[in-house]
Design a protein around this ligand. Sequence first.
Ligand SMILES: Cc1cc2nc3c(=O)[nH]c(=O)nc-3n(C[C@H](O)[C@H](O)[C@H](O)COP(=O)(O)O)c2cc1C
Length: 336
Amino acid sequence: MTRVTDPKHNAKLAARLSVAPMMDWTDRHCRYLHRLLSARTLLYTEMVTAPALVRGGALHLLDFSAAEHPVALQLGGSDPEELAAAARLGQQAGYDEINLNCGCPSDRVQSGTFGAVLMKDPARVAECVAAMREAVDVEVTVKCRIGVDDQQPEEVLPEFLSRVGAAGCSRFIIHARKAWLQGLSPKENRDIPPLDYDLVMRMRGYFGGLHLSVNGGIVSLEQAERFLDAGLDGVMVGRAAYHDPAGLLAQADRRIFGAGEDSDAVAVARAMLPYIETHLASGGKLAQVTRHMLGLFAGRPGARHWRRILSEGAHRPGAGPELVEQALGAVTEQAA
Ligand SMILES: Cc1cc2nc3c(=O)[nH]c(=O)nc-3n(C[C@H](O)[C@H](O)[C@H](O)COP(=O)(O)O)c2cc1C
């Protein structure tokens, strides 16, 4: 089977549902967990900056497990040549998609002229996308906002989509709110600017040829299903998938992709044990993996015990997989 026809590598097919790129959260351990919960959902890396890869040679940032496919690398940057070189490195490392971040508002990112500030410069984004497309065979996609600061989303978003689309990007993920680049923290910028899903739906109407995913404030599979039924091509979920991974992902293969069995959080926790052993054997720490597992039983009996046992014990010297077994014991006891 070639890579393109193999569903494990078909990012576009998987993009009906995706877990958002989240710095410090969607690292490889988190993605491994999410992949056990859903075989089909598209997973994104944390943002990796093109300068870190190309100038800094930080190729370890690209490491991931073959089990994570389909998996997309998100890049940050605004220099076409550098992004092209970074995209090439991403493709060589085996990523199934290269995504350009045009939505992240943090100061550090603004100072390097990338992230959401690029919403003001669609011509540059188009140049970046064209250079990246030229450099790689895997799909190049863009994650954007609906605008920034005092921009009029109704005007700038269609212009952005049409210019960047003309440069060769046919798949966009739209975080359906503005970023306010002055005065709000990155966290506030994920909550305070109001969501405008209707605008994203109007883009659906204008740009029939583009694959459009909506992002922002989606907290359940029901909500995701409604957007897909309304004609969007994909739904990207961030915080809710992190805090309640089983709630979002355990039924995703069946309900969103129409194929596959539901997964079970207890079985998934057990399936993490060999992964944890390998991680510890290579010098890693238990908490680096278990911190992403704290929400695995969110809303279920025993969730509090599970979270407490793992968060109190995982940092202790010598902590290992038996702590996860102990926490699981508390969950299954409560459920009985
Ligand atoms: C901790 C954290 C880190 C994030 N890091 C990134 C990032 O690296 N790149 C990016 O495009 N968006 C980043 N985001 C934004 C998310 O991808 C997403 O757009 C946002 O959280 C809205 O979706 P949600 O309401 O489903 O969480 C981050 C969000 C969080 C909570």
